[in-house]
Design a protein around this ligand. Structure first.
Ligand SMILES: C[S@@+](CC[C@H](N)C(=O)[O-])C[C@H]1O[C@@H](n2cnc3c(N)ncnc32)[C@H](O)[C@@H]1O
Length: 550
């Protein structure tokens, strides 16, 4: 049985891995049975599917098999033996180690073509839509106006115990998913931000506190990981205490306490999230740093404050330093408790976490922890495309618009002057308050926002039983923009019960969009599909689908 194999990469998967096929006895799967021997009919004729991390279509690579399943294998690329017929020089010196921009050696026009292919395949294979129909509706992916330094937000992870052989670093997830790599020359980061990152890493190292390493995640069953820069070390050794992890008790309160204790004992520094935006005068650009740590003692919190104050002193472009703690034992770059919010003078000032992003000729107020599209210029393309679709298909005079998963109100508020009323639903209460403030600042009095889980809130808007006490409102159009997981079944059921004439479903994950499309197409017809590249050099693509009731 050979673990190293030569493969020709045929295509790209939605998660950015190369797809190859191994033929004959080239590899063994399912407990050493040769590929083609025990495999299904499909794999028997066409070879065993191998998903290759780091491999791109057209390349011939040497790869190591890392996992064998009954119908496919996983591998990691070791070396490119022959480049793809068309390739581009890497845009970043960290290409090869860093997992941030895996497509950067693919010419940009090809990146867009593959993204289109990924979305098309998902809609026909998973969504069950007619492939010819989707091909004819969805002709291209709209490019990002900027290909370098396009991000207004970077999530960097701390790693390392701070000991001699394992220094504390601040960087991005490694290409092979194992740990974090320092990226001092990252092509996504402008020079000013690189300097902030370098100094933050040095100051954190000087604190003497180790980075947090998620440990024993399965045992504590925390929230699933979404987009994050960090993957913990597999051995997960911590330095803040050396007690071994105990088995989680059945009692959930005790389990939560144990999870918090495990975090306490498993390192401190977690993430530095850098955000770029406009200060209160709406003209001065600046940076905001959100530092996420494990829960700490007063002394540890003071160390973070000192790091923040030194950064604010050294970088006039840094307008705020916010410290949040995360107690959950996972690798999400989201704080759960705000500890401090320092302004340029280094003093605690809650307003220092506020900044603004331009979109559609308006300004949206955000908190350092709020969601906003990370590529400002491409977000404009996305908003223009979304508004164009709604204008073409919402025929009512002053339509009632429901903005589901509305964040701080973008891009729904750009449609507000055409609407009779607008209601936004959003889980993050802080974002809801900001959406209300944004609507008020834009002079809209017919827009309201409600905080809560979309599924629960939708159930109230679309009662399952006729004698339900809550009055039913009708909605002409619904703008749906969920996180990567797509719509929960309960949310999808309630959305269908609303009977809105038009649904615009915006999605950052073609696979979950396609899954939800299987339900939508029972009551709606897909009339337009478009996509925008918000994340050049990555496999991600933002899709827009416009549905009209049958
Ligand atoms: C992709 S973002 C879209 C936000 C906004 N439309 C925009 O473009 O800025 C998804 C939003 O859904 C929110 N969210 C996540 N899960 C939710 C849930 N179960 N119920 C309501 N909102 C949720 C997130 O907080 C986030 O603001």
């Amino acid at each position: 049985m050979n673990d190293t194999i030569t493969l020709q990469i045929e295509s790209l998967t939605h998660d950015g891995r190369g797809l190859a096929r191994a033929h004959g006895d080239a590899i063994s799967i399912s407990g050493s049975a040769p590929a083609g021997g025990r495999a299904s009919g499909r794999t028997r004729n066409r070879g065993t599917v191998v998903f290759v991390t780091g491999g791109l279509p057209g390349q011939t690579v040497r790869a190591r098999i890392t996992r064998r399943k009954s119908s496919f294998c996983e591998a990691e690329m070791l070396e490119v033996l022959q480049d793809a017929p068309r390739s581009a020089p890497p845009a970043c010196t960290h290409h090869g180690d860093c997992g941030g921009c895996p497509l950067q050696t693919m010419p940009y026009d090809m990146q867009l073509q593959w993204k289109r292919r990924i979305a098309l395949d998902a809609m026909s294979r998973i969504g069950g839509l007619d492939a010819g129909l989707v091909e004819s509706l969805f002709t291209s992916v709209l490019p990002s106006p900027a290909l370098k330094q396009y991000r207004n937000k970077m999530e960097l992870a701390f790693a390392g115990s701070g000991t001699e052989g394992d220094p504390l670093i601040l960087g991005l997830r490694r290409r092979n998913g194992r740990g974090v790599v320092s990226v001092p020359q990252c092509a996504l980061l402008p020079a000013a931000a690189r300097d902030i990152v370098r100094m933050a890493a040095d100051l954190a190292a000087q604190s003497g506190l180790p980075a947090h390493t998620p440990r024993d995640q399965a045992r504590y069953r925390q929230a699933p990981q979404e987009d994050t820069a960090h993957h913990g070390k597999p051995d997960g050794k911590g330095r803040r205490g050396s007690r071994p992890a105990r088995r989680a008790p059945a009692n959930s309160i005790a389990a939560a306490a144990m999870a918090a204790e495990a975090v306490q004992n498993n390192g401190f520094w977690r993430f530095l999230v850098l955000r770029r935006g406009l200060s209160a005068d709406l003209r001065t650009p600046g940076w905001w740093a959100l530092c996420i740590t494990s829960p700490g003692s007063h002394e540890e919190q003071e160390k973070v404050r000192t790091v923040g104050q030194k950064l604010l002193q050294s970088f006039p472009a840094l307008a705020g330093f916010i410290h949040e703690e995360r107690a959950s034992e996972d690798a999400l770059a989201q704080g759960q408790k705000r500890i401090a919010s320092l302004d340029r003078t280094g003093a605690h000032n809650p307003a220092s976490a506020r900044f603004w992003q331009p979109l559609g000729g308006r300004h949206f107020a955000l908190d350092a922890a709020s969601f906003f599209q990370v590529n400002t210029a491409a977000a404009q393309v996305l908003a223009d495309t979304a508004l164009g679709m709604l204008k073409r298909h919402v025929s009512q005079e002053s339509p009632a618009l429901l903005d589901l998963y509305c964040g701080v109100g973008a891009p729904g508020l750009l449609m507000a002057d055409r609407c009779g009323r607008l209601l936004g639903l959003e889980q993050d209460a802080k974002a809801v308050a900001l959406a209300q403030a944004n609507a008020a600042a834009m002079g809209f009095t017919h827009c309201s926002y409600v905080a809560g889980d979309a599924a629960q809130r939708l159930d109230r808007l679309a009662p399952a039983h006729e004698n339900y006490w809550h009055p039913t409102e009708t909605w002409d159009a619904v703008l749906v923009d969920p996180p990567r997981a797509g719509l929960a079944p309960r949310a999808l059921n309630a959305l269908l019960r609303l009977n809105a004439h038009t649904i615009l479903y915006v999605s950052c994950n073609p696979a979950t969009l396609a899954r939800d499309a299987t339900r939508l197409r029972g009551a709606y017809r897909l009339v337009e599909m478009a996509a925008v590249d918000l994340f050049p050099h990555t496999p991600h693509v933002e899709c827009l689908t416009l549905w009209q009731s049958l």
